[in-house]
Write a new protein. Structure first.
Length: 387
């Protein structure tokens, strides 16, 4: 299997200077550099440096994928604009990590699938579909963190299942108690309608749909803040504070609107019910398993209903189908014989549904007797267990 590694970095808050672009280009001759993006693609060899350090120094986001199963997403945030303590509640060891480095907070989501990815993978375009998640977090929307936590506990549960045959029973029970009795973090609001970036994360990181459905059932809808309340909060700002904000705005300072929005929101009291995360991981996994079984039952019922509908339609034209079969046999060609068998199998299915299997095989035998000299037809009927 050929090697494929794809690294992409993006800058959001400011463009890269010419000197910064030149410094990044020196990392690798394969680099594709612009004022807002850098791409490194390898079919052999490795990234010549530490991608986390490159992110911290130059960029705001990074996406990495390798065909052997590695998947990584990182965001860099200005430290003063996000709730670090809340973000850390969603951490899963070695999978979802939040760290403070210099004036930044780094969110790192990493998955390593031991069996690699199925089929062809493509890194191009993934970070562009995910980049909106950074802005959502800056605006106080932590749904990504919860989705990453869900992926983390699913991944650990899958590893636990793979290793359970190698464990002693007592040790296994101890591990399950340690790993699965922990509580979920707070469930963010507004999971009823996902942004395109959140949906892209679900698709790319393959968040389990059944666990997701079971988990977000506890999500509430966040009430919007009335414009009148925002206006009243603005009036409470000191004149000197307003002058400072206007000056910073003229200087084109990035993320100023987010800082102001956070400040005004803190001045406005909005009563909101939130799920504090009282379910255990074990309960969530059990709910997901139940959800999956219910989905299978629903699909089974739909398939059964569709089959019955199809069979009842076939019953109305059964005589015509037998006539079609006879006409096809009379043609005496290989292709016409190939058409006969599927039609007979459908009639066999109908006979089983109507509990007339004996009658069906009697008619097939009569058909065979009528055309007993057709050896090619007989071979096909025997192969399909129709004789």
């Amino acid at each position: 299997m050929s090697e494929y590694q794809y690294y992409e970095f993006q800058s959001v808050d400011r463009p890269l200077t010419q000197s910064e672009q030149e410094a990044i280009s020196k990392l690798s001759s394969r680099a594709q550099i612009s004022s807002s993006r850098a791409i490194f693609l390898y079919n052999y060899g490795d990234f010549p440096g530490q991608e986390k350090q490159v992110l911290i120094k130059y960029f705001d986001a990074m996406f990495y994928i390798a065909n052997w199963g590695s998947l990584q997403l990182m965001f860099r945030f200005p430290k003063g604009l996000i709730d670090i303590e809340l973000m850390q509640k969603y951490c899963v060891e070695d999978i979802v990590e939040v760290s403070e480095i210099n004036d930044f907070v780094i969110l790192e989501i990493s998955i390593n699938e031991e069996e690699g990815f199925d089929g062809w993978i493509e890194g191009e375009g993934n970070l562009s579909s995910l980049i909106g998640l950074r802005q959502e977090i800056l605006q106080g929307d932590y749904r990504l963190l919860y989705l990453a936590w869900l992926k983390g506990i699913t991944y650990l549960d899958e590893l636990d299942d793979e290793d359970e045959d190698e464990r002693d029973d007592d040790d296994e029970n101890d591990d399950e108690n340690d790993d699965k009795e922990g509580l979920e973090p707070p469930v963010p609001p507004n999971f009823g309608k996902l942004s395109s970036s959140l949906q892209a994360f679900i698709d790319i990181f393959e968040v389990d749909e059944h666990l997701l459905k079971a988990a977000i059932s506890a999500s509430v809808t966040k009430p919007s803040i009335p414009e009148s309340s925002i206006t009243e909060a603005i009036k409470k700002l000191d004149r000197s504070e307003v002058d400072t904000l206007l000056l910073r705005l003229l200087k084109g300072e990035s993320n100023l609107s987010i800082e102001l929005r956070n400040k005004l929101s803190a001045m406005i009291e909005v009563k909101q019910d939130q799920n504090p995360g009282k379910r255990t991981i074990r309960q969530l996994l059990a709910s997901a398993e139940k959800e999956e079984k219910q989905e299978e039952e629903r699909r089974g019922k739909e398939a059964k209903a569709a089959r019955i509908k199809e069979l009842e339609a076939l019953a109305k034209r059964e005589t015509a189908v037998w006539e079609d079969i006879d006409a096809l046999i009379q043609k005496g060609t290989s292709s016409s014989y190939d058409e006969v068998v599927p039609l007979l199998l459908k009639l066999q299915d109908l006979a089983e549904y109507q509990k007339q299997t004996v009658k069906f095989f009697t008619l097939v035998q009569q058909l065979h007797n009528k055309y007993s000299s057709r050896s090619a037809l007989k071979r096909r009927l025997l192969k399909a267990n129709l004789l």
